[in-house]
Design a protein around this ligand. Structure first.
Ligand SMILES: Cc1ncc(COP(=O)(O)O)c(C=O)c1O
Length: 394
């Protein structure tokens, strides 16, 4: 019997995507995986259909349709304050997911260390491992308001093998929006250690309470050592389209381009053309996006708090990180989440999946997404209330 690779043994299947399967099996409302249950803008559907009828049906240039790269360069300049040449600095990928792993494969060597802030989106550790690197976890302390701790950051970078750091701002799962000062601190460390910052900014347009999204790649000292990663899934509610991108210095971008080519050849061509159209939507689109998510955030947050969860109020992205200790003193996070799907009809993601394997830090935490219609969130709130106020017999 042939054996599986040692690499593949170092990580498990995605718990988030596993919870979606469990939700489907039990007919539960899926507040586990971050995708909308409402349609994408009509303009995008029309643009995608038009692109197919106009015969954008063959491979695009491997690093992306020029139409889309030009649109991204303009958006990066205006919104992210990053200068990018469409032909030299941008690679279109199959989602942000491919962007992150292709960038790490291209720029990290086996034996290197990649620092990952925890709690973290669960793809980051497998991304480092697939690149042959070792993920090193740097915890953002909940007790300290999840602020970046300079001493801990220095310690993580003290290893001579530290080659990269993964940033996610606005953050999944805790909703933190990294401040300019924190980004400066991280940038200074990267410069000191000649390291690369891989920054996942997929939630860049979803920020609340006057918080400002800052791209670390816009700091002058970071322009040449940042891979800025984003995509269309969340901003335009098209998670199934699989279009994302990297922005990086020319040499870095060339390495990413090669890896991307041999991994996928290219992202779906007609959908790239439609994504270029998405970038022509007016500013009011982005205001409405924020306002709509703000309403959903407030609804779910107040329901969860009134039921007895202790919640971290997110300043960005579309997740709520909750402590369920007051509702269930005995169960661990996996049991709590599985019971909630089976008996309560609502799926969330167990907190432990956002920490390194074996850590107990997430054992009383669960993450819920509010990327759903208000009616869905109202129904989910009623179900949670019924289930947790009067637990059904097993
Ligand atoms: C932080 C983060 N990055 C990336 C992704 C996936 O992005 P994409 O659909 O562009 O691959 C997600 C999806 O939930 C996410 O939360």
């Amino acid at each position: 019997m042939p054996k599986t690779s040692d690499k593949a043994k170092l990580f498990t299947e995605s718990v988030i995507r596993g919870m979606t399967r469990l939700a489907t099996k039990y007919g539960a409302i899926n507040l586990a995986q971050g995708f909308p249950d409402f349609p994408c803008p009509q303009e995008l559907k029309d643009a995608a259909a038009k692109a197919i009828f106009e015969d954008y049906n063959q491979y695009s240039v491997t690093w992306g349709s020029p139409i889309l790269r030009e649109a991204i360069a303009a958006k990066a300049k205006r919104f992210n304050k990053i200068e990018a040449e469409p032909d030299e600095n941008i690679v279109i990928t199959c989602g942000t997911t491919e962007a992150m792993v292709a960038a790490q494969i291209a720029l990290i060597d086996p034996g290197d260390e990649v620092i990952v802030f925890s709690p973290h989106y669960e793809n980051y550790a497998p991304d480092a491992i697939i690149s042959g690197a070792r993920p090193v976890y740097l915890e953002l302390d909940e007790e300290q308001g999840f602020r970046v701790n300079e001493e801990k950051l220095k310690e993580a970078f003290s290893s001579p093998r530290a080659k990269g750091i993964v940033l996610c701002t606005p953050n999944n799962p805790i909703g933190k929006v990294f401040s300019r000062d924190e980004l400066k601190l991280i940038g200074d460390m990267c410069n000191d250690r000649d390291a690369i910052c891989f920054t996942d900014e997929i939630y860049e347009h979803i920020v609340y309470d006057g918080f400002e999204h800052v791209s670390i790649g816009s700091l002058p000292s970071m322009a040449d050592r940042t891979v800025t990663i984003s995509g269309f899934s969340k901003t335009f509610s098209v998670t199934g389209w699989r279009v994302g991108y990297t922005i990086a210095e020319f040499q870095l971008s060339n390495a990413i381009k090669k890896v991307h080519d041999f991994l996928t050849v290219g992202a779906p061509h007609p959908l790239q053309v439609a994504c270029a159209k998405a970038l022509t939507l007016p500013d009011s689109y982005y205001r409405e996006l924020k306002d709509e998510y703000d309403k959903r955030r407030n609804l779910l947050l107040s329901s969860l708090e009134s039921i007895g969860f202790r919640c971290v109020k997110p300043h960005g992205a579309y997740y709520i990180w909750c402590d369920f200790s007051e509702l269930d003193r005995e169960s661990g996070d996996v049991t709590f989440a599985e019971n909630l799907v089976r008996n309560g009809g609502v799926a969330g993601v167990p907190g432990s999946s956002f920490f390194m394997t074996g850590s107990t830090r997430g054992s009383k935490r669960i993450r819920f997404t509010f990327s759903k219609r208000l009616e869905t969130l109202e129904l989910a709130s009623r179900r949670l209330e019924n289930s947790l106020a009067k637990p059904r017999a097993a």
